[in-house]
Ligand binder design. Structure first.
Ligand code: SAM
Length: 282
């Protein structure tokens, strides 16, 4: 960068709508999330849904039409909360490509690193935390761009899920992680131009997990509880270490998430290694 040139500091804003704003006290006050807020790369606001009710009991829920167990979050306070944030229905926001409204829901599409990367490109994400049996579906229809689930299980509220989405997204915002590339090195990292092997079949760089899981990490002491750190990491040269790590990524992915291999970016050497690992297991 040339002297005097402006640095574009992007500030991404997350607006959480919840009936339990106190839930978030503390959760964003540690580590990278705290630093990202202190450096004004990220702003996180919580909005108390009960502040958008107009009755004495500050009612946010009501019984479900059609009968059945539990209560449902009413649409009016949610619509008012969004309006107070300057966020209208989807129809009215068609020109705003940089804002998304997310409904946290067990019925949503799975939240993935790919979606986190997409969200990290936005200016603003509002997150609606459901409770009870969920949120009146008309809010989803009218306001929500994405319905996201953080896994195939049912939580008691969307707050934990919102925190997960914010954490995974904000660390991918440029400047948040110390080393800009480190998001790429991790599990589910995107492949990059560097991926590939040299003439001897050794990965040229550690960049781009290419959709695989990360390799195992070790630190000192070199021996712990009778287990030694793999010799390769202590004695090996960098090319050997890269080869070993790639093999470990393949092994871990095959063992824990074989489904990821279907869409992973694999070099010819990766495929050979994978075949050899599969043969071992027969
Ligand atoms: N009746 C809903 C169902 O069976 O799909 C479950 C409602 S759950 C008890 C209450 C709230 O927790 C939901 O409205 C949603 O906001 C949140 N929630 C539960 N599981 C979730 C998940 N896997 N991912 C994201 N949010 C979830």
């Amino acid at each position: 960068m040339r002297e005097g040139e402006d640095v574009k500091i992007s500030n991404m804003r997350f607006d959480i709508i919840t009936i339990f704003p106190g839930f978030f006290a503390g959760i964003f006050e540690h580590g990278i999330v705290r630093r990202a807020q202190a450096e004004r790369l990220v702003t996180i606001e919580t909005n108390d849904l009960r502040g958008f009710t107009h009755d004495r009991h500050r009612t946010v829920d009501d019984r479900p039409f059609g009968g059945g167990e539990g209560m449902v979050l009413k649409p009016e306070p949610l619509a008012e909360a969004l309006a107070s944030l300057g966020i209208g229905p989807k129809e009215a926001r068609r020109d705003d490509a940089k804002t998304r409204v997310v409904l946290l829901s067990a019925q949503g599409q799975p939240f993935t690193q790919k979606l986190a990367r997409e969200l990290a490109n936005l200016d603003r994400v509002a997150l609606i935390c459901g409770r009870y049996e969920g949120v009146d579906e008309r809010i989803n229809q009218l306001y929500c761009d994405l319905e996201l689930s953080i896994g195939d299980y049912v939580l008691s509220g969307g707050e934990l899920a919102a925190a997960v989405v914010i954490d995974a997204t904000m660390r991918l915002i440029p400047g948040v992680l110390g080393n800009e590339a480190s998001g790429e090195f991790e599990s589910f990292g995107v492949p990059d131009a560097e991926i590939g092997t040299d003439a001897q079949g050794v990965p040229r760089s550690q960049h781009g997990a290419g959709g695989l899981l990360d390799y195992p990490h070790y630190t000192r002491p070199a021996e712990f509880a009778g287990l030694r750190v793999p010799d390769m990491l202590i004695n090996g040269d960098h090319r050997q270490i890269r080869r070993w790590r790639r093999e470990q990524q393949l092994r871990k992915t095959l063992a824990n998430r074989p489904d990821l291999l279907e869409h992973a970016t694999l070099s010819a050497e990766d495929r050979k290694l994978l075949e050899a690992i599969r043969q071992e297991k027969l």
